[in-house]
Design a protein around this ligand. Structure first.
Ligand code: NDP
Length: 328
């Protein structure tokens, strides 16, 4: 048996219920893992609310670390007793123990703690594919400016540090002056409080009127138009989230009028569709974390039983960096 967090219908944080679930043996390609810590992600709120629909009942959670207890037929990269961490579909990480596909589960290097592993896989692999695989036609070179919205958040603070390590000048946005300072402390070259300032005008000012090659936008509805304004000709807008709600339909002609712009809507799960791509990206993430160039900021910890409060705080923009759910 395992304690787990489940919803029986879409709705607010009050729908998150602690239940006991049976956990069996892993089938072909599967593993059974006993979690040590669980990562909280904004995507969990979309799955809870119904913005990203799933069949009910749904055990939430996309990221965790733990110890492998058993592996099913065909799983060769892990064995019982291994320390491991993952970002993976389908959801189910909000639990003590689970059986899941082994494909996205990676061995966790000894130098990386379980808490760090749980906090960094989904957010860190996202920062990896955004900064290294979601690029403008002209590519990115050291010294280039990029804009990264919600820069003091989980993905944001990893991106601030990683961009700096790559020599990029990241212009971060955040909702308060205190959060702007946090982004600067983690390597952002500039930070703009987009609750107070017109961020597009400020980006133009910082870049001497040129604009940037890429805007990484997880805020969505509220920032979409301003994000297009930040781009230089042939620039790329990567919309990878819906913090303020999804971007409504728009006239493609806008992209021509603003300078042959590109828009993409990437998701991590295309990038980690195979074991090989997952491991290659994870190795890159492990290396940058082990080198110390990227430190995983765990700014909030909640007990699994307090998951409702964790969701409330995340949606109320009260958190910075990464959040984990702890297991007794
Ligand atoms: P964050 O820690 O970044 O939390 C979300 C942040 O969004 C808030 O802290 C807040 O920062 C900002 N925000 C702006 N407007 C709103 C609003 N109206 N309501 C709530 N928050 C708002 O979360 P994560 O690090 O878990 O994820 C960051 C984003 O990246 C999410 O949108 C997520 O869905 C997306 N994502 C996408 C992936 C993909 O592959 N497509 C994978 C992983 C994450 P502030 O107060 O500073 O504005």
């Amino acid at each position: 048996m395992s304690k787990a967090v489940r919803i029986d219908r879409n709705g607010g944080p009050e729908e998150l219920k602690i239940v006991d679930v049976e956990v069996g043996d892993p089938g072909p390609g599967e593993i059974r893992i006993r979690h040590k810590a669980v990562g909280l992600n904004f995507i969990d709120t979309y799955q809870r609310s119904g913005l990203y629909p799933f069949p009910m009942p749904l055990q939430l959670g996309m990221e965790a670390s733990g110890i492998v207890e058993a592996v099913g037929e065909g799983v060769t990269h892990l064995k019982a007793g291994d320390r491991a961490a993952y970002a993976s579909q389908p959801p189910g990480a909000y639990s003590e123990l689970r059986v899941m596909p082994g494909r996205n589960v990676c061995k966790l290097p000894d130098a990386i703690s379980f808490e760090t592993g749980a906090a960094m896989m989904l957010k860190g692999l996202t920062a990896q594919y955004l900064l290294k695989k979601t690029l403008p036609v002209e590519g990115l070179q050291p010294g280039d400016f990029i804009v990264f919205h919600a820069a003091a958040g989980g993905v944001g603070l990893i991106a601030c540090q990683w961009a700096k390590a790559l020599g990029l000048k990241l212009i971060g946005t955040a909702g308060t002056d205190a959060k702007c300072q946090v982004a600067l402390d983690h390597g952002a070259a500039h930070a703009i409080n987009y609750s107070k300032e017109n961020f597009a005008a400020r980006v133009k000012e910082i870049t001497g009127g040129k604009g940037v090659k890429v805007v990484y936008d997880s805020v969505g509805k509220d920032t979409f138009e301003g994000s297009l304004e930040c781009l230089r000709p042939f620039g790329l807008l990567a919309i990878f989230g819906n913090g303020s709600g999804p971007v409504p339909p728009f006239n493609l002609g806008l992209l021509g009028a603003k300078g042959s712009l590109y828009v993409t809507r990437p998701t991590l799960f295309t990038h980690i569709a195979t074991r090989e791509s997952t491991q290659a990206m994870a190795d890159d993430l492990f290396a940058v974390v082990e080198s110390g160039a990227v430190k995983i900021p765990i700014d909030q910890r909640y007990r699994l039983e307090d998951v409702q409060q964790a969701h409330r705080d995340l949606e109320a923009r009260k958190t910075t960096g990464c959040t984990i759910l702890t297991l007794d």
